[in-house]
Ligand binder design. Sequence first.
Ligand code: ADE
Length: 239
Amino acid sequence: MRIDVVTLFPEFIAALLGCGVTGRGAVRGLIEVACWNPRDYTHDRHQTVDDRPYGGGPGMLMKVQPLRDAIDAARAASPQRARSIYLSPQGRRLDQAGVRELAREPALLLVCGRYEGIDERLIEAEIDEEWSIGDYVLSGGELAAAVIIDAVARLAPGVLGNAASAEQDSFADGLLDCPHYTRPEAIDGRQVPGVLLSGDHAAIARWRLKQALGRTWLRRPELLAGVGLDAQRRALLDE
Ligand code: ADE
């Protein structure tokens, strides 16, 4: 998958690509990420990337010409026509279903705003969709872009070491994840649940599903409305 990012702060994205499975995925060429900095497309001595809003008021907007040129350069470099996304709190809220949808795209173009945002006409002309990572305001779109890259990249074939890992994720089946345990068997007298030591794979799967259902019911009951258990999971609970 190819992801182009238009950002005044490519360091944010570089930091993500230096770490963990996303970083290894980038190194191995499983995801290809390129950043395009509007500052590189300025023509004035001060490399100006902000401009005043029409109508006045506090704050600045991103200057149109460098932003537009950076978007054009990103588009020209992408082998496929990328689905273009502007990160903003006004956008569609990201969830795991959205991540799966974006992960199916061959190419994404993520545009990160700074200051008070970008000119609405650029959104109309250049952007397919606005997406938000939650109902709070960040000081720019970079963290949101990093969240999307990370979540999408780990679904790309080969990025996670074990293909089953993504299928076992929280939300993969619409439920929260079950608890997990590693060595030692006791921590300050707290024992690992015995079933996990039993070697009985069906019993372990049943226990995990019940834990996931119970946690979802207690912590995020609204998620259960969208959950249908497949035949395999229903049979497991019936056993
Ligand atoms: N930019 C600023 N806040 C944001 C948010 N919540 N989601 C996506 N992009 C943003």
